[in-house]
Design a protein around this ligand. Structure first.
Ligand SMILES: [Mn+2]
Length: 433
């Protein structure tokens, strides 16, 4: 027997990937954990019989010959699969887009990629095999894809996700149905939580980013807290938001980030949870840690990451080529050509007098001006930057002042120069291949 399963608190990506697996693997039965997200539960209450799905307690463990795990790589996140975890000869296929190295499921075969949703990986395979899929199957897979990629808008979204969405729309995925399950109306309890959060958010600045913290006492269970946190982050306008929900015996942290340098999944992994760059969560027993300690631990993690994010000194050019103010323009031009550089500092005794860039050479109209000193053509207003400034700050200064070069100054000594091209190259190299 072949079964496919996914993580507890199943979201639509998990559900859609299980359903996709039942289509891709002949004879495969999907096993949906007992605990699912509210919108998944609503969907299943009306659509369950349309799919080949069972509950964990219905699995005849001894008959299982192959397990397909989707949207997680951790045994503890599966529902009642302990007996299979102990089996030595079990064949396991893994489909996942969680790239943190926290997984303890050792697959026989795996497809693990940094991509917007897990279901994208399975849909791509269907497309390869030119499989015909029904409108209903397409719809549930599109919901999973849209939920995990924020309708293809989260930074983790790839072109592959968009192609998979196109394929599902080609196969008559229904956007009315998708819209209904993706945007459930807010319930009274959710509004109460939102208003509670708006009363007070503690803010911190780490590097140039603002981090918000809320601590909310939950008296009863409230559906889809993650969606409220996601919305509140935008309302309160912080780069990352962590909300610690406390209840009787446990604390649940939900984090959302809008910037690539604050990796929520990493911060949550330290607390025993997980997630992606943009979203993640962790649940910890109250007796192990207080909300205050959770906050301190997250702040410590984010602060220690400081050294990992790139600085101006990582991308600057050095040593700096410079000329004295009396150097003839002719020599400046030759130097630019032989050194293949577009900007030269004009300095004397370690003092910056100005900068001359390729563009300024265009201002030399008359032949005799090539004998003039560079000080007649150089730009005198120089904006400098410190080596440990974040790269995004350098980019901001260039845009605001419309300059293409920033000398890098440390202890009033010029130690390098960073150009617009250096910054662009850095950002484009960040983009995944
Ligand atoms: Mn997912």
């Amino acid at each position: 027997m072949l079964i496919a399963t996914t993580h507890k608190n199943t979201d639509f990506d998990g559900l859609a990937s299980v359903i996709a697996a039942t289509l891709l693997y002949p004879g495969c039965v999907g096993v949906i954990p007992k605990m699912t997200n509210k919108n998944v539960e609503q969907f299943l209450s009306t659509h369950k019989t349309a799919f080949n799905l069972i509950l964990p307690h219905e699995v005849p463990h001894d008959e299982v010959t192959k397990l397909i795990v989707v949207d997680t790589d951790q045994w503890q996140r599966l529902d009642r699969m302990e007996r299979l975890a102990e089996r030595k000869n079990l064949e396991i296929d893994l489909w996942d887009h969680h790239m943190l190295k926290t997984g303890d499921i050792l697959p026989t075969w795996s497809c693990k990629e940094q991509i917007g949703s897990t279901v994208t990986l399975l849909v791509r395979e269907m497309q390869k095999r030119r499989m015909k899929i029904t409108s209903l199957d397409s719809t549930v897979m599109l919901i999973g894809l849209y939920e995990d990629t924020g309708h293809l808008s989260y930074p983790s979204t790839t072109a592959e996700d968009a192609r998979a969405a196109a394929y599902l729309l080609d196969n008559r995925a229904d956007l009315n149905v998708a819209g209904f399950f993706l945007n459930p109306p807010y319930e009274e309890t959710q509004k109460e939580i939102l208003f509670e959060m708006m009363k007070e958010t503690e803010k911190f600045t780490i590097n140039e980013y603002t981090i918000g913290f809320n601590c909310i006492n939950l008296e009863k269970s409230v559906p889809n807290l993650a969606a409220i946190v996601n919305m509140y982050r935008k309302i309160v306008n912080v780069d990352a938001l962590f909300v610690i929900f406390t209840s009787n015996n446990r604390n649940t942290v939900i984090g959302r980030s809008g910037v690539e340098n604050i990796h929520i999944g990493q911060a949550m992994a330290n607390l025993g949870g997980g997630g992606h760059a943009g979203a993640g969560s962790a649940t910890i027993k109250s007796k192990d840690i207080s909300p205050q300690q959770i906050k301190e631990q997250i702040l410590a993690e984010l602060t220690s990451n400081k050294t990992e994010s790139a600085r101006i000194s990582d991308i600057m050019s050095f040593p700096v080529i410079s000329v004295t103010p009396t150097t003839p323009m002719r020599d400046v031009q030759t130097l630019m050509a032989t050194e293949k550089i577009r900007g030269i500092m004009v300095m004397e005794d370690n003092t910056i007098h100005g900068i001359i860039v390729l563009w300024d050479l265009k201002r030399v109209k008359k032949e005799k001006h090539w004998d003039s000193p560079v000080k007649a053509f150089m730009v005198r207003e120089i904006i400098t930057i410190e080596p440990d400034a974040p790269i995004s700050i350098g980019a901001g200064i260039m845009i605001e002042n419309d300059v293409g070069y920033l000398p890098v100054v440390e202890d009033s000594k010029v130690i390098g120069i960073v150009t617009r091209t250096d910054i662009l190259t850095y950002y484009y190299d960040l983009l995944p291949e």
